[in-house]
Design a protein around this ligand. Structure first.
Ligand SMILES: [Zn+2]
Length: 378
C-alpha cells in the first residue's frame, strides 16, 4: 500500500505550453492514441543479472534480436560495456533488450513485457518495460486484496493508472531513464506474481481511464484507512490541491486500523527522538488531542514536533498514522490512534465499504477526488 509516500511533495500543475505538451504526450487530445509504455526500475548498480525464460532473445538496443532462443542469459559489465557469455552480435553494447514468449524471470520474480539492461559505469541498471495496462495487472493486486469487491478494485486501478502516468510524464520531462520503482516508494510491483481474474476484470473495464485536473493526470494519492475522514493535501504534503480535500468517511470501519493502540517503551522513544535530533535529555511526550501538536519535553524545555516526522522516526509500521493521542502507562507510553497511512485521497477500506453498499467505481472516485474528472487517455 502507498503508506510511505510522505516524502512526496506536491507540485502545482504546469502552466501554459507545458500543459499542452503533457496533454498531447498523454494522448488526451486523441482518444484513439496508443497505450503508453512504462519503465520500472528493478535493480541499480548490480554486478550481474541472470534473466530466465522459455526462449530468451537478446537485442542490442532497439535492433532485431540477435541471439538464438535460450532458457537463460547472464549479463555482466566490464569497463562500462556489457558482456553476455555465449551471445554473439551484442559485443561492446551498453544496452540490451531481452524478450521471451513466456514471462521473463529476474531474481525469482516473473515479469511481463521486456527486460532492459544498461551498463552504468561498473554496475548494471535493470528495467522492466511494458505497456501501462499490463503493468497495472501486476499493481492492483499488490495494492489491494484481489478478493475485494470489483468496483473497489476498479477505483484502485484508476488511481494506480493515474499515478503511473503522472509519474511517467514528470520523469520523462526531467530526462530520467526510468519512470517508477518496484517498491512502496512508487507502487508495490511484484511483476506477474499476483495477477488474478478479478484484477484483470478491474483493469480491462477501466482501460485508459484516469483522474484529471487542469488537463493533466491528477495526483491520485491513496492510503489504507482514513479512520473517519481524509486529510487535505496541504496538511500532509504542503501543496493545496482542491480535489485532495478533507472528506468524511464512514465506510472504513471494518479495517483493523480504523482504531488502534500501540504501547511504546519510554526509553526507546527517548532514544529514537535523541538519535533523530528531536530531543536532548528526553523527559516526556504529550499531545492535547489526536490532531493537536505533538509536544516533546526535554531538558531544554518544550517544543512541537511534526507528527509526520515522529511517525517516520518511530516507524510507519508501528505508528500507523499521525492521528493519535498520547497517555502515560506505567513506565511506557500508550498511543491510541485512528487510520493507516497518510490519509490523503482515496481511502482503500472506504472504497471497499462503498462498493459493498453498491456504489460504482465512478461514485467512489468522485467522492474521494471530488473535482478531478475522469477521462479516457487512450
Ligand atoms: Zn475511510
Amino acid at each position: 500500500m502507498a503508506l510511505f509516500r510522505s516524502t512526496l511533495r506536491l507540485r502545482p500543475p504546469a502552466r501554459g505550453a507545458g500543459v499542452l505538451v503533457l496533454w498531447i504526450a498523454l494522448g488526451l487530445t486523441r482518444p484513439a492514441s496508443a497505450e503508453p509504455e512504462v519503465r520500472i526500475l528493478l535493480r541499480t548498480a548490480a554486478p550481474a543479472v541472470t534473466v530466465r525464460g522459455s526462449d530468451v532473445q537478446v537485442a542490442a538496443d532497439a535492433e532485431a534480436p540477435v541471439s538464438a532462443r535460450r532458457p537463460e542469459v547472464r549479463v555482466q559489465v566490464r569497463g562500462g560495456r556489457l558482456r553476455l557469455a555465449g551471445v554473439a552480435g551484442v559485443e561492446g553494447a551498453e544496452r540490451v533488450v531481452l524478450t521471451s514468449a513466456e514471462p521473463l524471470v529476474v531474481g525469482g520474480t516473473p515479469y511481463l513485457g521486456r527486460i532492459e539492461v544498461v551498463a552504468e559505469g561498473e554496475g548494471l541498471t535493470v528495467l522492466n518495460r511494458l505497456p501501462v495496462e499490463t503493468y497495472l495487472l501486476g499493481i492492483v493486486g499488490s495494492e489491494m486484496p484481489a478478493s475485494w469487491p470489483v468496483e473497489a478494485l476498479k477505483a484502485q486501478a484508476v488511481a494506480a493508472r493515474t499515478y503511473a502516468l503522472q509519474r511517467r510524464l514528470r520523469r520523462r520531462a526531467a530526462g530520467h531513464a526510468w519512470d517508477l520503482t518496484d517498491s512502496v516508494l512508487s507502487q508495490v510491483y511484484r511483476g506477474a506474481e499476483s495477477i488474478s481474474p478479478s484484477v484483470i476484470e478491474a483493469v480491462r473495464a477501466t482501460r485508459g481511464v484516469v483522474l484529471t485536473f487542469a488537463h493533466e493526470p491528477a495526483e491520485a494519492l491513496f492510503h489504507s484507512t482514513c479512520g473517519g475522514h481524509t486529510l487535505p493535501s496541504e496538511q500532509v504534503f504542503g501543496g493545496a490541491l482542491p480535489y485532495l480535500a478533507k472528506r468524511p468517511c464512514r465506510w472504513c470501519r471494518d479495517s483493523t486500523r480504523f482504531r488502534w493502540s500501540v504501547d511504546l517503551n519510554h526509553e526507546e522513544v527517548g532514544a529514537l527522538l535523541e538519535r533523530a535530533g528531536l530531543a536532548r535529555g528526553f523527559r516526556k511526550l504529550e499531545r492535547a488531542g489526536e490532531e493537536a501538536d505533538v509536544i516533546v519535553h526535554d531538558r531544554r524545555g518544550r517544543h512541537a514536533v511534526d507528527p509526520e516526522r515522529l511517525r517516520a522516526v518511530v516507524g510507519a509500521a508501528r505508528l500507523f498514522s499521525t492521528r493519535f493521542e498520547v497517555a502515560r502507562r506505567g513506565r511506557g507510553l500508550r498511543l491510541d490512534g485512528a487510520g493507516y497511512g497518510h490519509r490523503v485521497g482515496l481511502c482503500q477500506w472506504g472504497a471497499r465499504g462503498m462498493a459493498e453498499e453498491g456504489r460504482s467505481y465512478r461514485e467512489i472516485l468522485g467522492y474521494y477526488y471530488e473535482g478531478a474528472p475522469l477521462k479516457r487517455a487512450y
